[in-house]
Ligand binder design. Structure first.
Ligand code: GLU
Length: 473
């Protein structure tokens, strides 16, 4: 049975790159009816924190990437790693190293070319038994180093194809530090073995670690799992995506008004899509069509505009009822919420959502765009004023249109349109003159959803009041 894992180090929030690794593991597990395991790699005690672990779990839950086993915390398994490292010493695959960091530094400095390409010189492998006893007596701290055998390692990466590496440039790396904590290589291999991992799907940045880990599997007399290394996401400057490129935290996207389904589509479509079309696919479609060998090898570029577009697509497909709780929360956050929207004005509120959802990219857009409908304090776009409110004819014509509106009993969008067009015709001007001016006066912006519907929802009284401000803007 397929068993995969997502193994974040909790040294930061759940960023977009890690979320993508997790998604592909999850999709693979679900596609194969396998298991998805969550493991928190928190052995770097100084850099890991419980808060970050919680944040990662929260991010995964929000994205809907539920796990079948775990979270397994590596910090609770320290004794196991120690035991396994010692077993390797017993089997002559590893040895104790008593070198102090400064001793290593000095030897490196003295080496040819200032120590460039220097690797650990196996100083402690050559120690006599007597010297070892002395050092033990002295209480010298000791690490455990892996004895790297000289050979060629070949494996087939499920994304990159065949990879072969000579081990002669790999130094005898540390498995267990002198403080008793395991290095990443040891803990990852011990855990992947213990947890029966069949496929390791992770970022390209681990490709250079894989030969070392394959050597470790062999020394534990086990066969390595399959490997699939995902191309890392780049920023627009073709450098590895990082905080420099703006928002990369999954939870921040939640706060910024994005939906998990849009994020999951976005993450997936950077490297693979279940169909040809650019659109929102359901999770079921993704699970059904997923396959590791379809993932592109090249590094995708993070394109926020694409995410916005996908989120906007999703919003436009959602029913007003479905959007209502999110919009409510957003309006509350922005101090625009009124209880009556949930009661006597519920129908009006749902119509407003329907009106605004067409061009909204995020839930945040709703609070910005709902403002003219919920408050009177408009801010007028200066360029829009210049363009649409400076026509001299308006001074004479707007009061006439205002009079027409005043006389209306049924202030609904088809009637408003009829009245406005009649007035334009009578005066020999284009309806657009009124339409643009009204948009500025009632919404404050040169663009809005269909103006007649806007006016209907704003209501007759407020429309007339805002038209009256024309001379003072
Ligand atoms: N903990 C490692 C990381 O955060 C992942 C290890 C792995 O997938 O092998 O990058």
């Amino acid at each position: 049975m397929v068993r995969v894992r997502f193994a974040p180090s909790p040294t930061g929030h759940l960023h977009i790159g890690a979320a993508r690794t997790s998604l592909f593991n999850w999709l693979f597990a679900r596609h194969c009816s396998g298991k998805f395991i969550l493991r928190i790699e928190d052995t770097d005690m100084a850099r890991s924190s419980e808060k970050m672990s919680k944040g990662i779990l929260e991010g995964l839950k929000w994205l809907g990437l539920n796990w079948d086993e775990g979270p397994i915390f590596q910090s609770e398994r320290i004794e196991i790693y120690k035991k396994m490292a010692e077993e390797l010493v017993r089997k002559d695959h590893a040895y104790y190293c008593y070198c102090l960091p400064e001793e290593i530094q000095n030897r490196k400095k003295e080496a040819p070319f200032g120590g460039r390409d220097w690797k650990y010189d196996r100083f402690c492998l050559k120690l006599s038994e007597e010297r070892k006893r002395e050092l033990e007596k002295e209480g010298r701290p000791k690490a455990i180093r892996f004895l790297v055998p000289e050979r060629e390692i070949e494996y087939r990466d499920l994304i990159h194809g065949s990879i072969s590496v000579e081990t002669k440039n790999i130094e005898d790396f540390v498995l267990l530090r002198s403080d008793g904590l395991p290095t990443y290589h040891l803990s990852v291999v011990v855990d992947d073995l213990d947890q029966g991992i069949t496929h390791v799907i992770r970022g390209d940045d681990h490709i250079s670690n894989t030969p070392k880990q394959i050597l470790l599997y062999k020394s534990f007399e086990s066969s390595p799992p399959e490997f699939a290394h995902l191309a890392l996401i780049f920023g627009s400057d073709k450098k590895k995506l990082s905080k420099r490129h703006g928002v990369t935290s999954v939870i921040q996207f939640k706060e910024d008004g994005y939906f998990p389904l849009a994020i999951v589509n976005f993450l997936s479509q950077m490297s693979w899509s279940p169909g040809e079309e650019e659109r929102i696919y359901s999770v079921e479609e993704m699970v059904k069509g997923f396959s590791l060998d379809k993932l592109s090898k090249g590094s995708p570029v993070f394109d926020l505009a694409k995410l916005e577009w996908l989120n906007g697509q999703l919003i436009s497909q959602m029913e007003a009822e479905e959007l209502a709780p999110y919009v409510t929360e957003e309006l509350r956050r922005e101090d625009l919420w009124q209880e009556k929207l949930d009661k006597e004005m519920r129908e009006w509120f749902l119509r407003l959502i329907n009106l605004l959802k067409e061009r909204s990219h995020t839930i945040k857009d709703f609070s910005v765009r709902a403002k003219p409908f919920l408050t009177d304090g408009l801010s007028y776009d200066p360029a829009g004023i210049e363009k649409y409110l400076k026509d001299e004819r308006l001074g004479k014509l707007l009061p006439k249109l205002k009079e027409d509106f005043l006389l209306m009993e049924d202030f609904t969008s088809p009637h408003i349109e009829q009245v406005l067009r009649q007035r334009a015709e009578k005066e020999g001007v284009k309806a657009a003159l009124f339409i643009h001016a009204l948009r500025m006066l009632v919404v404050g912006e040169p663009v809005s959803p269909g103006i007649f519907e806007v006016l209907e929802l704003v209501g007759k009284d407020k429309t007339i009041k805002r038209m009256g401000k024309f001379q003072n803007i």
